[in-house]
Design a protein. Structure first.
Lengths: 328, 259
């Protein structure tokens, strides 16, 4: 008799062979989801390559969770073509789930079980699980292994979520806001765990509200707003960030008015209160040279002068607020 | 792991969860003992009319209280646990793994059957030691068949009922509202022979009356043979099959309206 689990194992190796040569782990084309009259996701295209960390960003209500849950097989789509690990998530069975790891946005501990027992329970669901002890260590939960899962702190519980998603040794891992509510040091530790996944050759699909997290971890970013992908690229180039104007920022010395700034720079300057001036500059070197000459001639310094590229957060806010305006 | 091993794996962890859940332990293992002590205490060991015969009140109440313990172990525990697991996202997370729904259903059903057998052993031990209740040794097949089928039937019904409950808080009141009236009309607390015919007919539609009746027959010192009551076993079997089919068909990993 062929049991479901044996069949699952066979399916896995067959699918594994079929996947070789193709490097796209996730591919969506024209993915659309409608709830009644509301179009939550308006026909988006996505491609995630094997081995990359792909960050999926967007404000609440932009269609982010809907998209992720369709890719994870939790929700049905209205139309479009979707392939995750070579399988349509709407039809993915046990052999497909063998290869996936999912950290849900919200999930509670298995009632009554310790950390190690939770992992033992889950390891039993997979045909080739990672060793429980190794998974506990990977998530940094060695000290909490015999603690009841309900007694863990918020950050530790999140690490258990990650451990449970990794115990099946998946190829593709969905992380839905994995560090929400973490303190900065816990967040940094979580980033190390995610970085380790990259070095293990795993593919990670990450959603987050923290731009610093996306910038630090992601190879590529896609931004969804109003149900559409509004930008896609590397953290450095997203939304034309690499070609965007820099900001030159300084405080005018006592008794110097904005009108005294040399022409060519003055026109680009805006005052931000307290004598602070921000200059939007597409050729920062030229404008800096001009400012430096002016300051030296007048005999003062600009000690708090700062030149900044736009942060990922600024780019993100600009991208997502544009759609908000369009929608109105 | 093959399918059977996977079910046993699930059962082991469900049992562990049960053993560490103080409320479930109380309702399943402690409360029936309290009921037994109270009922025998109130009614003494005076004879009770059961069917045509007169038996000691302990002999009458032990099978009724056993039925109550099985309802708690199988139906009440399961509805509360499954509803909580679904509404709190525990099942959704399991959905992310390869485990099939039927393994979750079978694992918990097996855990309920084992817990029910434990209830029988505990109550029988107390009944024998304290109140002189004796189980005719020939009727053990009847007791086992009634307990196992009754437990499976109540699990199936439990899965069906849990799909109609949409919040953790309403699980317990719904369970009590269904179970308490049935206890009274199914001969768990008061002999069914003292009830109007209409109520008895109503009770006989549901599994609790047949669970109690089957157990009472098997515990009756005058019973000879295997103690199996074909009609009770038949009704329990029908509920078990129907319940498990409904469980498989209606099983939901996520709260309603989130798919």
């Amino acid at each position: 008799m062929v049991t479901k689990h044996e069949a699952a194992t066979r399916g896995r190796t067959m699918e594994g062979r079929r996947k070789e040569g193709s490097d796209e782990v996730i591919n969506a084309q024209g993915l659309l989801k409608r709830y009644g009259d509301l179009e939550a996701v308006s026909g988006i295209d996505l491609a995630v390559m094997r081995g990359e960390i792909f960050a999926f960003l967007g404000p609440n209500g932009a269609g982010k969770t809907t998209t992720v849950e369709i890719l994870e097989g939790f929700r049905a789509r209205t139309s479009g073509r979707v392939s995750v690990l070579g399988v349509d998530p709407a039809e993915g069975g046990p052999s497909w789930r063998e290869r996936l790891g999912i950290v849900l946005q919200e999930s509670n501990a298995e009632p009554g079980l310790t950390v190690r027992e939770c992992l033992e329970l889950y390891a039993g669901y997979y045909s080739k699980p990672r060793a429980v002890g190794e998974t506990v260590a990977l998530a940094g939960l060695d000290k909490q292994a015999s603690m009841p899962a309900e007694k863990l702190s918020g950050g530790q519980r999140r690490r258990l979520d990650v451990a449970l998603a990794l115990v099946g040794d998946p190829e593709l891992i969905f992380l839905d806001e994995p560090t929400t509510g973490f303190d900065p040091s816990a967040r940094r530790k979580a980033w190390e765990v995610i970085d380790d996944l990259r070095s293990l050759g795993k593919t990670v699909f990450l959603t987050t509200h923290y731009m610093e997290e996306a910038e630090r971890l992601a190879d590529r970013i896609a931004v969804i707003a109003g149900g559409r992908i509004v930008a896609q690229g590397t953290p450095q180039s997203l939304g034309g960030r690499d070609r965007m104007a820099a900001t030159i920022d300084f405080v005018l010395p006592q008794g110097v008015a904005r009108s005294e700034i040399p022409s060519g720079v003055r026109e680009l300057a805006t005052e931000r209160g307290g004598g602070r001036v921000a200059v939007r500059s597409e050729s920062p070197l030229v404008h800096l040279a001009c400012l430096a000459r002016w300051a030296l001639e007048r005999g003062f310094d600009l000690p708090d002068l700062e030149v900044r590229r736009p942060t990922l957060e600024e780019v993100y806010l600009a991208l997502t607020s544009e759609t908000r305006k369009e929608k109105r | 792991m093959n399918s059977a091993a996977l079910v046993i794996h699930q059962t082991r962890f469900d049992l562990r969860g049960f053993m560490r859940d103080r409320r479930a332990r109380f309702f399943t293992l402690v409360l029936p003992v309290i009921f037994l002590v109270i009922f025998v205490g109130v009614f003494g060991n005076d004879p009770v009319r059961s069917g045509g015969e007169r038996v000691s009140s302990a002999t009458y109440f032990v099978p009724g209280i056993v039925a109550l313990g099985i309802v708690s172990a199988s139906f009440a525990n399961l509805v509360m646990a499954i509803t909580a697991q679904r509404e709190l996202g525990v099942l959704k997370r399991r959905r992310a793994t390869p485990v099939p729904a039927w393994v979750i259903i079978a694992g918990r059903t097996l855990a309920a059957v084992l817990t029910s057998l434990l209830v029988v052993v505990v109550l029988l031990a107390i009944g024998t030691a304290a109140y002189g209740v004796a189980l005719p040794s020939t009727t053990i097949p009847g007791v086992l068949a009634t307990v196992v089928l009754g437990s499976v039937a109540l699990c199936g019904v439990g899965y069906a009922v849990s799909t109609a409950i949409t919040s953790v808080d309403s699980a317990q009141p719904v369970v009590q509202a269904l179970v308490l009236p049935l206890y009274f009309i199914s001969g768990v607390f008061v002999p069914a022979s003292s009830l109007p015919l209409g109520l008895r007919d109503l009770a006989n539609v549901f599994p609790i009356a047949h669970l109690a009746d089957g157990l009472r027959h098997a515990f009756d010192p005058l019973t000879t043979g295997s103690g199996i009551v074909a009609r009770d076993i038949g009704v329990l079997l029908a509920w078990a099959v129907a319940g498990l089919l409904i469980a498989l068909w209606r099983f939901s990993w996520v709260p309603r309206g989130s798919a």
